[in-house]
Unconditional design. Structure first.
Length: 266
């Protein structure tokens, strides 16, 4: 099982740690593309700070992020699973998993990134600020930039098992499974169901959507679940106590769409 996660906007400070080693990151087929984006980001942030903030979509109050980006090649690093914070990662709570579940996480979780393309949770990276929606001088729009290198690297990473796609739309644009891989891919939407005047109404709630996805991945890791395809995933999630509605693709070679329906927000 390969699980595709979005990054978080908020990131923990690395503190002390060794500097970045691009060659040590997972998915070595992305190394050249990573170096190109990293060089472009560092060059941008070493120049006019106002222009850098504009390109990166940062407010004046976040000007410190520009200075941080300028030092990415020498900045301390820590595992990506510790760098990314926020609702999904708080719910996933990698640090408190048992040893076996941590090993599963290291093998199966990929975090998408505007800067790195995608990294494993054990990959050591510095804290940075660069979303997939950024258009960098040189590489251009990062969502489009990453598509070509991802097309050759991600199918190999997916192997012959399930791909559980939990990315947001901006990060999903960087790689869209096709063909046989798409047929064993499942994307998940979390819906909040409420009964109003006797009628059930459903809505997407961003905060709880992320929290539920984080808990769901944690439960799968703890259970040691290894569903081979979307149909098996549905059964596993139901056994774990989730209410899941599956929409099978209209034809072969398309991803499944799963709705996880919740009635309480916490």
């Amino acid at each position: 099982m390969l699980v595709l996660l979005p990054p978080s906007e908020g990131k923990a400070a690395p503190g002390r740690g060794t500097p970045l080693k691009l060659e040590s990151l997972s998915l070595p087929g992305l190394a050249e593309a990573r170096a190109t984006v990293l060089d472009a980001l560092v060059e941008l942030c070493l120049g006019d700070a106002g222009k850098a903030r504009e390109v990166l979509g940062l407010s004046e109050g976040l000007r410190g992020e520009v200075a941080k980006n300028a030092e990415l090649r020498t900045a301390p690093t820590r595992p990506a699973g510790e760098i990314y914070t926020g609702v999904l990662y708080d719910a996933l709570d990698l640090a408190t998993l048992d040893a076996a579940a941590k090993r599963r996480a290291a093998k199966s979780l990929l975090i998408f990134s505007g800067l790195w393309g995608a990294v494993g949770v054990s990959d050591r990276i510095p804290s940075y600020r660069c979303s997939m929606g950024v258009k960098l001088p040189g590489p251009g729009a990062l969502g489009a930039y990453w598509r070509t290198p991802m097309e050759s690297v991600l199918p190999e990473a997916a192997g012959d098992g399930l791909v559980l796609d939990l990315r947001s739309s901006a990060y999903a644009a960087a790689w869209k499974p096709t063909g046989e891989v798409a047929g064993r891919t499942a994307s998940v939407r979390v819906l909040h169901a409420q009964t109003v005047d006797g009628v059930e109404k459903r809505s997407v709630v961003s905060h709880f959507n992320k929290a539920t996805k984080g808990r769901m991945v944690r439960d799968l890791l703890v259970a040691g679940a290894r569903p081979k395809g979307p149909a098996e995933l549905v059964e596993v999630l139901r056994d774990l106590g989730y209410t899941v509605e599956a929409r099978q693709p209209a034809r072969a070679g398309r991803p499944w769409a799963l709705d996880v329906v919740v009635t309480e927000i916490h």
